[in-house]
Design a protein around this ligand. Structure first.
Ligand SMILES: [Zn+2]
Length: 197
């Protein structure tokens, strides 16, 4: 038994990505029939197969949407609201990024769980009430072959890389549909999953 039932976590039920609609999140069970992915096999593929030479550069002239001045994060476990300022003296506050993109984080973790990965998302660092002193960033816990591995996430791209890997792809796609080979990410992917490169 792992923590698949917990891994399902929060599901994005709407189109609101501001993190203000966390109240609407619901828990969805991941079907128990989904087989855990063979991570070692996937790893072998990424390490040996040649990624396509022609990778999409993605959208070059997309409009950069200005984030709201502040984002209100609502904790899914205790309901406490935490306010994050997104700009300070005209500069973007990096700390606010996970709160702004929380629905994207949750959606990717949920999709990873749907692929059979035993994964749990810990976003407690974003809640002023639940936050532990040591928690610096949203984290994932992966249970694979009886071993539990916990890692802080650098940004939401970490989950994009991990999902592409579990999907058996050789490239991962950033938020502007730009493609990047997965091979250079192998060391970090192994760290996240607790497997040997
Ligand atoms: Zn909380």
């Amino acid at each position: 038994m792992g923590f698949s039932s917990l891994a399902s976590g929060a599901v994005d039920t709407g189109t609101d990505t501001s993190g203000t609609s966390s109240r609407k999140v619901q828990t969805q069970a991941v079907p128990a029939t989904v087989k855990a992915p063979d991570l070692e096999n996937l790893l072998k593929r990424v390490a040996t197969d040649q990624a396509p030479k022609e990778l999409s550069l993605g959208a070059m002239c997309y409009k950069v949407a200005m984030p709201p001045d502040r984002v209100e994060y609502v904790c899914p476990s205790c309901g406490t609201k935490t306010l994050y300022a997104t700009t300070e003296a005209g500069a973007f506050v990096g700390e606010a990024a996970p709160a702004l993109e929380i629905q994207t984080y949750r959606t990717y973790v949920h999709r990873l769980a749907q692929f059979g990965l035993d994964i749990r998302f810990d976003e407690s660092c974003l809640c002023s009430a639940c936050k532990k002193e040591s928690a610096k960033a949203p984290a994932i816990e992966v249970l694979y072959k009886g071993k539990k591995t916990r890692n802080d996430l650098h940004d939401v791209n970490d989950l994009r890389k991990l999902l592409a890997f579990v999907e058996g792809k050789l490239v991962w796609e950033d938020s502007h549909a730009g493609e990047h080979p997965l091979k250079p990410e192998i060391p970090r992917i192994c760290e996240w999953l607790g497997i040997k490169p």
